[in-house]
Design a protein around this ligand. Structure first.
Ligand SMILES: Cc1cc2nc3c(=O)[nH]c(=O)nc-3n(C[C@H](O)[C@H](O)[C@H](O)COP(=O)(O)OP(=O)(O)OC[C@H]3O[C@@H](n4cnc5c(N)ncnc54)[C@H](O)[C@@H]3O)c2cc1C
Length: 389
């Protein structure tokens, strides 16, 4: 029986070395790391299977687009993802990211990144190579100027990775996952749940944006907001078969590897001229292909303390049109739509806060939790992840 459908078991009195609140990718990566180090682990989640940000995203470990400390953490994440995929048996492709350039300025940003990082990390692509990777029909490469393949990036299927990892944790002799068990409070040595206390020596609170329900002062102090994103799944055009994630100019405006290049300011000016509406919805026009061949596409960014449930249809029109244009097709058949939510903060990309002796909260507050997850977990357990102020 899979862990996602397992009957809910009440917590026993057994004490674990580590208790983790939250079975999203941050909690599960920490569980994987702890079990790999021979520790016993209990993961507690209020839901019956992972349904948070970790299953609603692109399944893109977007390593190369990071810069500075985050790049180092993302690079550390990569082997963790590959080990976890091999152990738990979920799909992970070393397929990299294709960044599409459709103007000389976009190409200049990629050339500048290539000059900085070198040809192994950033492989420049011609218009024809980019068109071929996108599976565009012959002659449909007219608006492409070039591109770049960032080979270090990984792809997983977001519908499969966190559930598969949770299943693996539950199957380990020293691992347990308590579903349908909401945590109501935390103190050194114990978490209090709707099914009774769960005891552990070390407690990690990995609840993403919902930190404000458990620790409102900590969340407010870090300026945590909810960022909501519009996403859709579409049928793939006939020729589109790459497992690389595909990023575009609006993506280059959001990730530091690109925003720190000399031509980035010119790129923003240019985008304001031809894509003002996309910038207004905070678009990062990108897409990935799931193993079933369908395409995950998005996204927009809207920030609020509480998420309104309503999605403006214009947001979808803009995103779907933009993705169709990159793929070189007149329209896409949409199969599903959903809203994703993640923690965001103007004060920094991470919240790592020691709340009490042996109790730590870890939330990624920058929308790159898939990318950083296993790096955060490894650094957390070897003691090199400093608490953020
Ligand atoms: C649309 C979208 C696209 C994204 N694209 C990317 C991308 O391309 N690359 C990338 O790196 N990242 C991306 N992200 C960000 C990434 O998905 C998140 O940073 C990451 O999934 C956060 O993981 P998490 O475990 O903190 O949160 P979640 O996956 O939300 O998990 C938190 C868990 O905590 C549980 N929980 C909460 N409160 C309690 C409680 N009181 N008691 C018990 N359980 C509780 C919830 O039920 C949930 O299962 C994207 C996110 C979205 C939404």
């Amino acid at each position: 029986m899979s862990s996602s459908t397992a009957p809910v078991t009440s917590p026993s009195t057994a004490r674990s070395d580590v208790v983790i609140v939250g079975a999203g990718i941050i909690g599960l990566a920490h569980a994987f790391e702890a079990l790999s180090r021979g520790l016993s682990v209990t993961v507690v989640d209020r839901d019956r299977r992972p349904v948070g940000a970790s299953v609603r995203n692109f399944g893109h470990c977007c390593i190369s687009a990071q810069d500075g400390d985050l790049l180092a953490l993302a690079q550390r994440s990569r082997p963790g993802w590959l080990r976890a995929a091999a152990a738990a048996g979920f799909w992970a492709a070393e397929a990299g990211t294709l960044v599409v350039a459709r103007s000389a300025t976009e190409a200049a940003v990629l050339e500048e990144l290539h000059a900085e990082r070198g040809g192994d990390a950033v492989r420049l692509r011609s218009a024809a190579q980019t068109a071929e990777a996108l599976g565009r029909a012959a002659g449909a490469d007219g608006d492409l100027v070039g591109g770049a393949l960032l080979p270090a990036d990984l792809r997983v299927d977001p519908r499969e990775a966190a559930p598969g990892l949770a299943r693996w944790v539950a199957e380990q002799p020293r691992g347990r996952v308590l579903w349908g068990t909401a945590v109501t409070g935390v103190e050194p040595g114990a978490v209090h749940t709707t099914r009774g206390p769960v005891h552990g020596d070390r407690i990690l609170v990995c609840v993403g944006h919902d930190l404000d329900y458990l620790f409102p002062d900590v969340a407010e102090d870090h300026g945590i907001q909810r960022c909501r994103l519009s996403m859709a799944r579409a049928e793939a055009p006939a020729g589109f078969r790459t497992d690389s994630a595909v990023l575009t100019a609006t993506s280059m405006l959001r990730y530091d590897a690109f925003t720190t290049r000399p031509s980035a300011a010119r790129l923003r000016e240019e985008a304001l001229g031809h894509s003002a509406e996309l910038l207004e919805i905070g678009a990062n026009v990108m897409f990935t292909r799931r193993p079933d061949g369908t395409v995950l596409l998005g996204d927009s960014h809207h920030y609020d303390a509480t998420t309104p449930p309503f999605i403006d249809e214009r947001t979808y029109e803009l995103l779907i049109d933009a993705v169709a244009r990159v793929l070189g097709v007149p329209r896409l058949r949409i199969l599903e739509r959903w809203q994703g939510v993640y923690a965001s903060s103007p004060r920094g990309p991470l919240l790592v806060r020691d709340l009490a002796p042996g109790v730590r909260a870890v939330s990624v507050t920058s929308g790159i939790g898939m990318t950083l997850s296993f790096g955060l977990a490894a650094a957390g357990f070897d003691g090199t992840l400093a608490a953020t102020a």
